[in-house]
Design a protein around this ligand. Structure first.
Ligand SMILES: *[C@@H]1O[C@H](CO)[C@@H](O)[C@H](O)[C@H]1NC(C)=O
Ligand SMILES: *[C@@H]1O[C@H](CO)[C@@H](O)[C@H](O)[C@H]1NC(C)=O
Ligand SMILES: *[C@@H]1O[C@H](CO)[C@@H](O)[C@H](O)[C@H]1NC(C)=O
Ligand SMILES: *[C@@H]1O[C@H](CO)[C@@H](O)[C@H](O)[C@H]1NC(C)=O
Length: 246
């Protein structure tokens, strides 16, 4: 607690007593990836047992409105929105410490939003933001040759929110690439692809970095473009591929 009580200590101590009991969650958003299990924090302070209380977790706009209902230590299905069925739990052995944190299993993209924990009898509540993302590995392919240069393509499927794509050379320098192509699938996930034309004299190793800062995710793919023989080999494979396709 960082109250400055020195100047008005009597008033301050009275105020302090009246606000002493509060429900605390997190000011920082909680970040999870789709499919993860996550804990949404909620703590009564000072820590007093809530084992016999009616405890509720809800979200604005939900109908039925409850994510989790717990009465006298036992979960109740009544009024639970079915999209949370079998995906929620409180920490039963922590209730005596005033810990009302919710464990949410198998997080979905649609779970993203603001969550509120409530101690019904005390009319106390606290809320926390849940951010849900998705991330996926990326793949680099050689898609063509242009005189002494090689055209590389990087693709990554299954991101949320939309990520950024960067190309780097072997020394970690950013390469300038064409515009990133983005497609959003029926599952709301983004597929991104980007092409870059690299001169082999620059360096032989290249990295495609797919990055989404809001969910702290980076996925990299590396390719080592080998000597002339290898390039010729790739050319042969490519032309065979084209023949088969026709
Ligand atoms: C859960 O709540 C949402 C938002 O109000 C609603 O669209 C959905 O139908 C509810 N799900 C069920 C299974 O009740
Ligand atoms: C509840 O979830 C568990 C996985 O955590 C699963 O094994 C079980 O089948 C689910 N039960 C129901 C009734 O959906
Ligand atoms: C509440 O309990 C859970 C499970 O033990 C724990 O992860 C979490 O840190 C606890 N919260 C607080 C505020 O102590
Ligand atoms: C790209 O390369 C990967 C292996 O690196 C391969 O599995 C995939 O089929 C290739 N895609 C195309 C379009 O050639």
């Amino acid at each position: 607690m960082s109250f400055n009580c020195a100047a008005v200590s009597l008033v301050c101590s009275l105020v302090f007593l009246s606000v002493a009991s509060e429900l605390i969650s997190s000011h920082q958003p909680i970040v999870a990836l789709a499919g993860d299990d996550v804990i949404l924090p909620c703590q009564l302070q000072p820590a007093v047992s809530v084992s016999s209380e009616m405890l509720l977790w809800t979200r604005p706009g939900l109908d039925p409105k409850y994510i989790h209902v717990q009465r006298a230590g036992r979960p109740m299905l009544m009024n639970q929105n079915r999209s949370y069925y079998n995906r929620t739990a409180l920490f039963v052995d922590q209730l005596m410490n005033g810990n009302v944190s919710l464990k949410l299993f198998r997080v979905k993209l649609s779970d993203a939003g603001r969550y509120t924990c409530i101690i019904d009898s005390k009319k106390m509540e606290a809320s926390v933001q849940l951010i849900v993302g998705a991330a996926s590995s990326s793949v680099i392919n050689i898609t063509g040759f242009d005189k002494g240069a090689v055209v590389l393509q990087c693709e990554s499927t299954g991101w949320y929110p939309e990520p950024e794509v960067f190309w780097l050379d072997g020394e970690g320098n950013l390469l300038s690439a064409g515009p990133t192509e983005t497609v959003r699938g029926p599952d709301d996930l983004y597929t991104v692809s980007s092409r870059v034309t690299v001169e082999k004299r620059h360096s032989n190793s290249f990295t495609c970095r797919v990055q989404q800062n809001h969910i702290n995710q980076i996925r990299e793919a590396h390719i080592h473009v080998r000597g002339r023989e290898s390039v010729l080999h790739e050319l042969t494979v490519l032309s065979l591929f084209t023949k088969d396709d026709i």
